[in-house]
Design a protein around this ligand. Structure first.
Ligand code: COA
Length: 183
């Protein structure tokens, strides 16, 4: 079985990124606070950064990762994204990632989408055993999502990443298939 390209929730439609999405990505990724805890988001964020992001998402090897753009009904433009990066070739473990534009923070939308990604991964990939996610400890909104979708804190690496001139703590969460089945 494979993962679906489109996932629908009450308020969201998660779909593949397309090249037409570039202006929207550049718009939200350029926000002052968007990349505060993300080494992967340059600041300032240029048109080239946005186009390269899309190109990577379109060309990515589906055996290694899967990405969905977040759209909020009834609109079709992306306001963020979800990713799954497989840790092994049999797709029995994957790392989740997420981001959403600042104008949508605090509405529970990322939690809603992340729960749908977990349900989809465990339902569509019978071999999927465990999903993990990590964040800068200061990024409370991100690790609160991990807790709200049933992940357990497994590790706190102190001063583990050198990011923007300081050592920052790195927190990791995980959910096993058995946790998900019993939730
Ligand atoms: C981190 C991020 C994904 C949170 O998304 P969001 O849609 O605002 O999160 P939700 O609305 O689903 O909220 C999840 C929980 O975190 C809490 N939360 C969100 N932001 C918070 C903050 N800055 N401080 C404290 N709690 C916060 C919410 O209140 C909610 O908990 P609650 O229901 O118990 O109140 C979003 O801020 C973002 O995309 N930031 C930029 C990119 C990024 O950092 N991605 C994560 C990388 S690990």
């Amino acid at each position: 079985m494979t993962l679906p390209s489109t996932i629908e929730t009450e308020r969201l439609i998660l779909r593949p990124f397309t090249i037409k999405d570039a202006p929207h990505i550049i718009n939200y990724a350029s926000g002052q606070n968007f990349g505060r805890y993300l080494a992967s988001v340059p600041h300032p964020y240029t048109q080239k950064d946005g186009e390269e992001f899309i190109a990577r998402r379109i060309l990515e090897d589906s055996d290694k990762s899967k990405t969905w753009a977040i759209t909020v009904r009834p609109h079709d433009h992306p306001v963020g994204g979800f990713s799954l990066r497989f840790k092994n070739t049999d797709k029995s473990m994957a790392e989740m990632g997420w981001s959403i534009a600042e104008e949508h923070w605090g509405k529970g939308l990322t939690t809603e989408g992340a729960q749908a990604i977990i349900n989809t991964a465990f339902t569509h990939l019978p071999q999927m055993h465990k999903l993990t996610a990590g964040a800068d400890l200061r990024n409370i909104g991100s690790w609160r999502i991990m807790e709200k979708i049933g992940m357990q804190r497994e590790a706190l690496f102190r001063q583990h990443i050198y990011f923007r001139d300081e050592w920052v703590d790195d927190v990791w969460y995980g959910i096993l298939r058995s946790d998900w089945e019993n939730s």
